[in-house]
Design a protein around this ligand. Structure first.
Ligand code: UDP
Length: 441
């Protein structure tokens, strides 16, 4: 590929440097591309609150739900156009004719016409979607389609997400993937994981605990230093308590509140277990204006829980200042979990599911969007047909906590599934084919 595409730049444009699956993948895929000798660059677009409120509404609509965000009217459209134009201007010195630019998600869709005009080959990659089109998805496409018409290719995470109006165009389905060598997924000894969790208040310390250290990407030794920016926890979970973990952005579609409610109402099946709901610092994800509100709602719910349940539920916002430190905390949590959940109401793909599966954890997840592509029910994890069914969510989670043998079988199946399908080498090869097609070489 280096020979075929020599002299071109490969530029990814998205809307945040950290927090969320797209930033997570770009950081690594960019490094692999640069390591292979390509001129790969990453540009993060700038926008104001009104812009990100509008694009978050588009994100919800593409998932087939109304996010109750601002209307996609003439005023909103004009503001979207102005922000995209300003970002296109900032890119003007970087993009040259023949370069391949991948624009990610609704935030960057508005750059297509500007970049086509300077002679770039433009790919629009959509990481969200829903299997069934409805009036909300129609509304999103009516807004986005005029911007997207002239793109050279379109990428989706799932066939079912491709809208009908793209029939006959160049469309690729590329499923996301994870890097087993990253701080998020690298092996971590149980003692190191325990030390890291007790450092951030999510595990009670034990006697003769080691230091909360880990190996950084550059080979140096890192030490977890930062505290969660918010922590709702009466006291840390005991070291021997089975831990149920969900790691997600504070987004209504991840249904953290639903997990908490289900846990509170579970009764006997989850007795003795502890729940950790963990997400990024709500100020740390620049393109997600809902984080603060969703976390505040979960915290209010937590405060109202009966004492006996509140003692066993823990909410944490992890600092985002150091992405490797953040990643290793997530790694420690996922590895220490008895069960990992992902009770999403909609999901583009769900890298958190892949990450947990790679670590051999039993997963209970909603049968929505890309999660369906990852888990075959009863083989690689447990799929919940109705994501709002909190009774069976708690029951299935309780079954896995109680039946460690079955949990182990699912965990082993999950790890195998990820090794065969969802590691970065597969995605990089697909990306290579796409780049060559788009560049016409
Ligand atoms: N994530 C993280 N720190 C956090 C919360 C989430 O690194 O505090 C990561 C998580 O491990 C995963 C990504 O953010 O890699 C979320 O991707 P996913 O596809 O699950 O959902 P998205 O946020 O893109 O909707």
């Amino acid at each position: 590929m280096r020979e075929a595409l020599a002299g071109r730049r490969f530029i990814d444009v998205n809307s945040t440097m950290s927090g969320g699956g797209v930033a997570e993948m770009l950081r690594r895929l960019q490094r692999y591309s640069r390591g292979a000798g390509l001129d790969a660059r990453w540009f993060t677009l700038r926008g104001d609150r009104a812009f990100f409120a509008l694009t978050k509404q588009l994100h919800h609509l593409l998932h087939g739900v109304d996010g109750c965000g601002p209307p996609l009217d003439r005023v909103g459209g004009a503001h979207y156009a102005a922000v995209c134009e300003a970002n296109a201007r900032a890119l003007r010195g970087v993009v040259r004719p023949g370069d391949v630019v991948t624009l990610h998600d609704p935030q960057a869709a508005g750059l297509v016409p500007y970049l086509r005009r300077v002679g770039a080959r433009v790919v629009w990659r959509c990481h969200v979607g829903t299997d069934e089109a409805n009036l909300y998805t129609d509304r999103a496409w009516a807004f986005l389609r005029p911007w997207l018409e002239t793109a050279d290719a379109y990428v989706f995470s799932r066939e079912q997400f491709v809208p009908g109006w793209l029939a006959g165009r160049r469309v690729a389905v590329i499923r996301p993937s994870i890097d087993p060598l990253s701080a998020k997924n690298r092996p971590l000894a149980p003692s190191a994981a325990a030390a890291i969790l007790s450092r951030v208040g999510l595990r009670a310390p034990v006697d003769r605990e080691g230091p909360a250290v880990y190996r950084r990407g550059d080979g140096s030794v890192g030490r977890v230093r930062r505290d969660p920016t918010c922590l709702c926890s009466a006291s840390p979970p005991p070291a021997d308590a089975p831990l149920i973990v969900q790691v997600s952005r504070w987004d209504p579609l991840k249904d953290m509140a639903g997990v908490l409610t289900s846990f509170a109402e579970a009764g006997g099946s989850l007795d003795g277990t502890h729940l950790a709901l963990v997400g990024p610092d709500v100020g740390g994800v620049t393109d997600d204006p809902e984080g603060g509100r969703v976390f505040a709602e979960c915290a209010a719910l937590w405060r109202r829980l009966p004492d006996g349940v509140r003692m066993r539920a823990h909410l944490a916002c992890l600092p985002m200042a150091d992405t490797e430190e953040n990643a290793v905390i997530v790694n420690a949590l996922q590895r220490s979990a008895a069960v990992v959940t992902q009770k999403s109401l909609a999901e583009g793909f769900g890298l958190t599911v892949t990450e947990a599966m790679w670590k051999g954890r039993p997963v209970v997840a909603s049968a929505v969007g890309g999660i369906r592509d990852q888990i075959e029910h009863g083989v690689h994890g447990i799929l919940l047909e109705d994501p709002r069914d909190s009774v069976s969510f708690a029951a299935q989670t309780g079954t896995l906590v109680g039946d460690r043998c079955f949990a182990g079988v699912l965990g082993a199946g999950a790890r195998r599934r990820v090794r065969e399908n969802f590691l970065d080498d597969r995605q990089l090869l697909q990306q290579t084919v796409l780049y060559r097609n788009v560049a016409g070489v």
